[in-house]
Every structure is written in C-alpha cells, then in structure tokens.
Design a protein around this ligand. Structure first.
Ligand code: FAD
Length: 472
C-alpha cells in the first residue's frame, strides 16, 4: 500500500505528526503495536497524575486551618485507583482510534519495522505482513521503555517498572523505589499517600538531580514528613524473591537487606528502536536517533524521528511541539516549499528544545522549571546570577495555607539582562510555570518584566519580589 507519510508509533507524538500531515492533505498511515495513545495515556502522564492529584490535594488541605481537621483520614485508595482507571479508559483505545479515523489517517495494528528506504513492514497480530511505502516520509515515533538494571535475581523478582507503578490494582504494603528522578519521586509520593510504606533508594546525594538542588531538598523533606524513608548513597546489588511471589528482598552494596512487597525500578529510559529495522537503513538498532531541528534523522532526506525516541526532551508537550514542526516540515518538503527555519509561528525548527523546555514534577511540593539551572547556565558559558526568594513570604502564598514552604530562583543573564531559566518549588506552582516559559522563550528584558504586574494577592507576586531582589 502506498502512502505519502507512514508514522511508526501512535503515541501522543505520532498522533500529532499524523494530524499535521493530514491537515496538509497528505495520505497518511499510522502503525501501532499496542494502544493508540501510547505510553502517556495508559502508563505514564495520565495515570500517574490521576494517582497524584488526590495525594497533593490532601497534603495541601492538611495545611489549611478550618479544612485540615476534615482531611485527617487516609485516602480512599480504591476510589483513587478507580478514578485512575477511568483516566486510562480502562486501557482501551477506542476513543483515540476514533480520533485517528476522524482526521482521515489509516491505522495498521501490529509491529512495524523499516525495510530499506521508505518501506515499512507491519506484522499484524495474526502474523500476516503488510508492506507500506512512503512517497515522502517515514516518521519514527516509537518512544521509550523503562530500563531495569541487569542485576542478579532481578528478572525472577518481577519488579515494577513505570508501567506497573501506574497501573497496579493493589496498594503494596511496603514499596521500595529505586531512583530519585522524576518518575521515582512522583511514584514514591503517590504510593506513600495511598498507604504503602515507601523506601526510596538513591545512588547519589539528592533527589531530582537534574534540577536546582533546593527542589529535591524540599521534595525530600515533604516525603520524609509523609512517612517515607529516603536512603542516599546506596546501590542495589541483587534482588531475591522466592518463586516470583511473596516478599522481595533487596540486597544493597555492602550486604544490607531491605524487605518489601514490591520493588519499582525508576532507573531511566531506553529508546524503543532495537527491533524497528534501523539496520536496513544504515542505523544502529537500539540507538537514540539524532535529528536536526525539523526532526529529520541525520544524513536522511525522508526519515524523521520525533518525540522521546530522539532523546531531545522526554516530555509529552515537547514531543507534540516537535510533532507539529516535523509534520509541517514534511508537508513543506513534499510541496517543494522552502522551510522557515526561524522562531516564527508555523516555522519548521524546534528551537525551544535547546533552551526553554518546561517541566512540572507533580510532587508535594510541586516543582516547575523552564530553561537552564544555575549549573547548566554556567557550564554553557553564560555570565549569570541566581536570584532566590522564599515563596512563603508572598501574601498569596501565606493565604494558600499555613507554613507554605517553597522557593523560587531565576537565572539572570547579566550581559543581556534576560532570564535563562526559572525554577519554582512549592504548592500550586505548576500553574505559574507558563509565565516563566514566556519570559524565557520571549527573552523578555528585565526592564519590561517590571511592567508585568502580578495580581494581588496571588503567588505570582513572587515575580515582583524576584525582580526587586535582583535590582537591590
Ligand atoms: C511514569 C511516567 C510519567 C510521565 N509523566 C509525564 C508528564 O506528566 N508530563 C509529560 O510531559 N511527560 C511525562 N512522561 C513522559 C511521556 O510519557 C513521554 O514523553 C511521551 O509518552 C512520549 O511520547 P511518544 O509519542 O514519543 O512515545 P510513547 O508515548 O512511548 O508512544 C510510542 C508508541 O509507539 C508504539 N510503538 C513502539 N514501537 C512500535 C513498533 N515497532 N511498531 C508499532 N508501534 C510501535 C508504542 O506502542 C507506543 O504506543 C512520563 C513518563 C513516565 C514513564
């Protein structure tokens, strides 16, 4: 079957590439081996946030006199899990299949792999193979999978990955979480609130190591207060579980043993590119695919890699941004129109990937960041100053609840007087992030930011305090 564009993988990113290609009138096929909607809808963003929202709301309510006494009891775990199940449509993709139908793309169910230039072979659930050819482009949007370290006993111990941690139908009594990155701290927060006794095992010295250090410190404080145990500077040497059932014993380097009911490895992601025929087009199976700003794979004029699989920013919103750009670039190249490689609306260059990626960690407290941390800005050679302010000192934050604990930091580029990055950590800061993203992406001069007056009494008045602190 011949198409203009073949999209491999129907996660949020593949869906958006297909949408843009169809909007440009290109005949488009989408190949999906599991569920249309991808990791994000069924085992990542949506179920994890559905588990976390009650935990965060409860933690916030407990800091508000007049309300706190009414929310002393535990969460209704069964109701939280049931609501989470609704958010994943009970792991059925009919709704998203309907959406793909609606845009006029064809869906092929099965495992797709490249078979030389512009050819994709799809092996269906019944073993039959279909060949799809692409006149203009193949877009690889196959995402990532969890990495589980190859330690003695791990395979037999049936550990949780992010999939089980977001889809479990029971609350383990004791849960060991290995890894202090975003997935580790979010899942530790959720399951501790749902009733598990969580032990977090961290190899390094802090949580959220890619963010400003105060973010991880605040999250660690709240997790500990919630009853979780955090162990720093420890590594797992092996895991034991008799016959794959019963308690699991985690053996640490040095021989100490920690017993639990489940163990979650939140130890990173690998590209789902090991079995997609990369060798047939001269690329290494299992590798992250390196692309230019239009998401075209290096050295190719037809193969695109969009979203997690290109390793630029492993986030749904950033992958969808790339998808809009890649889809438009595919359409422009198909029409023989020159690409707009500027920062203009509708351009064909994913420039935000380099310096302005926003991210929210949905923990208690929330962490919201965009752009560079102080360490990253200095490493990049910018002459910068970090400006810090305690968010709890802002009137809006004091109204939010008693003992509001949170901090904000902006990284000012001293040569250009613009912001290179902003990090907020504190209750409710996720919804403030977009103001920072606009300031960073728009390279808004500090002098102009002064005239963006935050409403009183909101937490956004932190902007005023940061600017005053910078000027004085
Ligand atoms: C626990 C967790 C929580 C997260 N929370 C957030 C969050 O709150 N916000 C956020 O922005 N990001 C979050 N992320 C990251 C987010 O899930 C990813 O960035 C996003 O899913 C990437 O989208 P994608 O389309 O590139 O890949 P995926 O969502 O992984 O989709 C890839 C699709 O390709 C299919 N596929 C793979 N190989 C083949 C093949 N050979 N043939 C056919 N189909 C194939 C897969 O079945 C899948 O459906 C989270 C991740 C995890 C693990």
């Amino acid at each position: 079957m011949q198409y203009d564009v073949v999209v491999l993988g129907a996660g949020p990113v593949g869906e958006n590439v297909a949408d843009r290609a169809r909007a440009a009138g290109l005949r488009t096929a989408v190949v999906e081996s599991e569920l249309v909607g991808g990791e994000c809808s069924y085992w990542a963003c949506m179920p994890s946030k559905a588990l976390l929202r009650p935990a965060i709301a409860q933690a916030e309510a407990r800091k508000l006199p007049g309300l706190s006494e009414s929310v002393r009891g535990p969460l209704d775990a069964a109701a939280v899990l049931a609501r989470r199940d609704d958010f994943t449509s009970h792991w059925k993709d009919d709704g998203q299949v309907g959406w793909i139908d609606g845009i006029g793309a064809d869906i092929y169910r099965g495992h797709g792999r490249l078979d030389g230039s512009r050819r994709v072979v799809v092996k269906g659930p019944d073993g039959t193979e279909q060949v799809l050819t692409a006149r203009h482009a193949v877009a690889v949007c196959t995402g990532t999978r969890a990495v589980v370290p190859d330690l003695p006993g791990v395979a037999g111990a049936k550990p949780w990955t992010s999939r089980e941690a977001t889809s479990s139908q029971h609350v383990p009594g004791r849960l060991v979480v290995v890894g202090g990155g975003v997935v580790g701290v979010e899942m530790a927060t959720a399951w501790q609130a749902l009733g598990s006794q969580v032990t977090l095992l961290i190899r390094g010295g802090g949580l959220l190591p890619k963010m400003e250090p105060f973010a991880g410190e605040l999250v660690a404080g709240a997790l500990t207060e919630a009853g979780a145990t955090i162990r720093y500077g420890v590594s797992v040497a092996s895991v034991e579980r008799d016959g794959g059932t019963g308690p699991v014993t985690v053996v640490l380097d040095g021989g100490e043993r920690v017993e639990a009911d489940e163990i979650l490895f939140a130890t990173g992601r690998a590209p789902r590119s090991e079995d997609i025929g990369l060798e047939s087009v001269g690329l290494r199976p299992g590798s992250w695919l390196t692309v230019d700003d239009s998401c075209l794979v290096e050295g190719s004029d037809w193969l695109y890699a969009v979203g997690d699989v290109n390793h630029r920013a492993l986030l749904t919103h950033q992958g969808k941004y790339q998808a809009r750009i890649a889809g438009a670039a595919i359409a422009a190249r198909a029409a023989g129109v020159p690409l707009l490689e500027t920062d203009r609306w509708g351009a064909h260059a994913a420039t935000a990937d380099h310096a302005a990626v926003p991210q929210v960690v949905f923990t208690d407290p929330e962490v919201a960041s965009v752009g560079l941390t102080l360490a990253e800005a200095e490493a990049a050679g910018h002459r910068v100053r970090a400006v810090d302010y305690e968010i709890g000192s802002v009137a809006g934050a004091s109204l939010y609840g008693d003992d509001y604990t949170g901090r904000a930091r902006m990284i000012v580029d001293l040569d250009r007087e613009i912001l290179r990055g902003v990090t907020f950590a504190g209750p409710g800061v996720g919804e403030m992030l977009h103001s920072a993203t606009i300031a960073v992406v728009g390279e808004v001069p500090i002098d102009r930011l002064w005239h963006a007056v935050p409403a009183y009494p909101t937490i956004s008045e932190i902007w005023l305090r940061l600017l005053e602190t910078y000027r004085h």
